[in-house]
Design a protein around this ligand. Structure first.
Ligand code: 13P
Length: 245
């Protein structure tokens, strides 16, 4: 299975020009990359006009209904129309800053899957939860609630990203062994809900201060299927090193 390398640009860069430059470097640099599948998730405003390139497009969020009076929201149907394939859902920054609850994440997952888009669902514990030994409890809750009533038949499109919140943007990545332990636990929970076959197949990524130096530590672990990259994805050279696998 090819590793999946996802760039999450978050709320960057600040101009159309800078976004085009970043896209251009990636298009050039990824032309002959075959070892990995690369997905780029820019802010919504830069999604348009980047169809059919050497990587797939993803969005960083969307709403849970496909049309109507929802001021400021973005419909998954609109994303689909732009050629977007993946949608990051339940990122910790949305959960923590925007107060997104498991129930909202669940509604979004269901809508995105209904429209045949591929959700990248983020789960992970805070530093405090980890200190209190609650990591598994948090992961279990986020998965159980997030995938509540999701038909098993749709689960093959799902990607899960283990992103311990304390490792995001801190330069303090989770040790590869610890990331693997969390990923194996996530597979166990998936197997309890959806069965062993899916638990073996589902793609699970690691995210949190991943860079070109440590990428191999995660990608070499059987069971970790790729990376969700924040800060390092804004530096083309750095990201291309990761994406080349
Ligand atoms: P950093 O790679 O900047 O730690 O961000 C990780 C992340 O949140 C990706 O979604």
């Amino acid at each position: 299975m090819k590793s999946l390398i996802v760039a999450n640009w978050k709320m960057n860069p600040l101009s159309q020009k800078a976004a085009s430059q970043l896209f251009d470097s990636l298009k050039r640099g990824l032309k002959n990359v075959r070892k990995t599948e690369v997905v780029v998730c820019p802010p919504f405003v830069y999604l348009s006009g980047n169809r059919l390139t050497s990587f797939k497009l993803g969005a960083q969020d969307c709403f849970w209904q496909d049309k109507g009076a929802f001021t400021g929201e973005i419909s998954p149907q609109m994303l689909k129309d732009l050629g977007v394939r993946y949608v990051i859902l339940g990122h910790s920054e949305r959960r923590q800053v925007m107060g997104e609850a498991d129930e909202m994440v669940n509604k979004k997952i269901k809508e995105v899957l209904r429209l045949k888009l591929w959700p990248i669902v983020c789960v992970g514990e805070t530093a405090q939860e980890r200190k209190k030994g609650e990591t598994f409890q948090v992961l279990k809750r986020e998965i159980k609630e997030g995938f509540k009533n999701v038909p098993k038949s749709q689960m093959s499109k799902v990607v899960i990203a283990y992103e311990p919140i304390w490792a995001i943007g801190t330069g303090n990545p989770c040790l590869a062994d610890d990331a693997l332990t969390a990923v194996l636990f996530i597979r166990k929970v998936i197997s309890q809900i959806f069965g062993m076959a899916l638990a073996k197949k589902i793609r699970i990524l690691y995210g949190g201060s991943a860079n070109s130096q440590n990428a191999g530590d995660y990608l070499n672990q059987e069971g970790i299927n790729g990376l969700l990259v924040g800060g390092a994805s804004l530096k083309p050279k750095e990201f291309l090193k990761i994406a080349r696998g």
